[in-house]
Design a protein around this ligand. Structure first.
Ligand SMILES: Nc1nc2c(ncn2[C@@H]2O[C@H](COP(=O)(O)OP(=O)(O)OP(=O)(O)O)[C@@H](O)[C@H]2O)c(=O)[nH]1
Ligand SMILES: [Mg+2]
Length: 357
């Protein structure tokens, strides 16, 4: 699972990346902006994993993780031609970091502070990049179809033509009803306006009181978007403190948690992932899959061989296992269900996969 931080220059992407990963990448007010993306794996904390692991103190505990990528800023108007488009298309989820703070050392390129406006412009830019992609493909298809009959190509052309109005109007593709085969076809394009999108506003320290409700401060944000806020400046200062001092400072600023922990929670929620657990010989481990994933897909998340040789899944809910005391006790109590490869995995399942190697 890959989540990518992107946005206009100097919005606090690397500041957020550092807060979430603890990577300590240098943050500068002035530079040429030509840098490789920062990438780090971020463990996803899960209280259920902790409790299952406590049943098996001799086994290693391994959390699920996401890869967080931090891209350098993309200037206004330049998303469609950006060299970073490939990174955006690869991501499972996009996190748009938005400027909400005043800072004379790093002036806003438009000379004004308007997070809702910046969000609207960025959304338009993402849709425009999709429109150009669709049109480029259509143009090639038209040429090919003139030369040679191709039923698959005609289906693709028909689908792309249906997508065009949504892209041209700037609405994007989210609400379009699609048949499963069309969904599969459309997935291969990796359209940006279809990707889960979270806007994270880097708020000014004077607006700390609105951290939980950025829409109160910026009403134009609207309710239809996923938005969260953090305050890079203050949280960065706090992150550098000793544990004991941290709590005192957070209390002073009225912060009940740090953006890093809220961010990882939001990331799982906005990607609509669920977690399942495995208790192996040496390790207790959490994994994430898309909500609705089958047992076979969950097996594939661990190893393709387990999916290939899938025989059955032995399943018990984490809460049930914890109530009964251990997997062994769950088995004795007959609480373990046998499920086939089409079983829809539920959040919190503990699964043992039987497979033929
Ligand atoms: N006042 C204030 N300054 C901030 C805040 N967050 C970041 N900055 C400053 O803004 C500058 C850019 O921060 P970065 O985190 O590097 O921003 P970025 O989005 O990664 O920048 P690019 O990668 O160059 O596009 C730095 O000088 C930060 O110190 C904030 O919340 N308040
Ligand atoms: Mg940066």
């Amino acid at each position: 699972m890959n989540i990518t931080l992107f946005g206009y220059p100097k919005t606090g992407k690397t500041t957020l990346f550092n807060l979430v990963t603890g990577a300590g990448v240098e943050v500068r007010a002035y530079d040429d902006g030509k840098r490789e993306p920062n990438v780090r794996a971020v463990p996803l904390p899960d209280g259920r994993l902790d409790r299952i692991a406590a049943v098996y103190p001799e086994k290693k505990k391994i959390a699920a993780s996401m890869d967080l990528t931090d891209l350098v800023g993309i200037s206004f108007g330049e998303v469609k031609g950006s060299l970073l488009l490939g990174h955006l298309r690869k991501a499972d989820g996009l996190v748009h970091v938005v400027r909400g703070f005043e800072n004379e050392d790093v002036p806003h390129p438009k000379g004004r502070l308007d997070p809702a406006g910046d969000i609207r412009v960025m959304e338009e830019e993402l849709v425009l990049a999709d429109l150009l992609l669709a049109d480029g493909r259509l143009e090639r298809l038209e040429k090919d179809l003139k030369k040679m009959k191709d039923p698959e190509g005609e289906k693709e052309r028909e689908l792309l033509q249906r997508l065009r109005p949504g892209l041209e109007s700037g609405r994007g593709l989210r609400d379009l009803p699609l048949a499963p085969a069309e969904q599969k076809l459309i997935r291969s394009f990796a359209f940006l306006s279809l990707k889960p999108l979270l806007h994270v506003i880097n708020m000014d320290e004077k607006d700390l009181a609105s951290l939980r409700r950025p829409e109160a401060l910026f009403p134009a944000l609207g309710a239809s978007r996923r938005v969260m806020a953090f305050c890079g400046r203050i949280e960065n200062d706090i992150a550098g403190l000793e544990e004991g001092e941290k709590q005192a400072f957070m209390a002073e600023y009225g912060l009940d948690d740090m953006s890093a922990s809220r961010f990882t929670g939001q990331a799982v929620a906005f990607l609509d992932r669920i977690s399942f657990f495995t208790v192996g010989k040496d390790e207790v481990r959490a994994w994430t899959v898309k909500r609705g994933a089958s047992a076979a897909e969950a097996a594939g998340a661990i190893h393709s061989d387990i999916a290939k040789g899938f025989i059955r899944a032995e399943v018990v809910a984490a809460e049930e296992l914890l109530r009964l005391g251990s997997l062994h006790h769950a088995k004795e109590a007959g609480a373990i269900r046998l499920e086939g490869k089409d079983y829809a995995v539920r959040d919190g399942d503990v699964i043992y996969f039987r497979f033929a190697p």
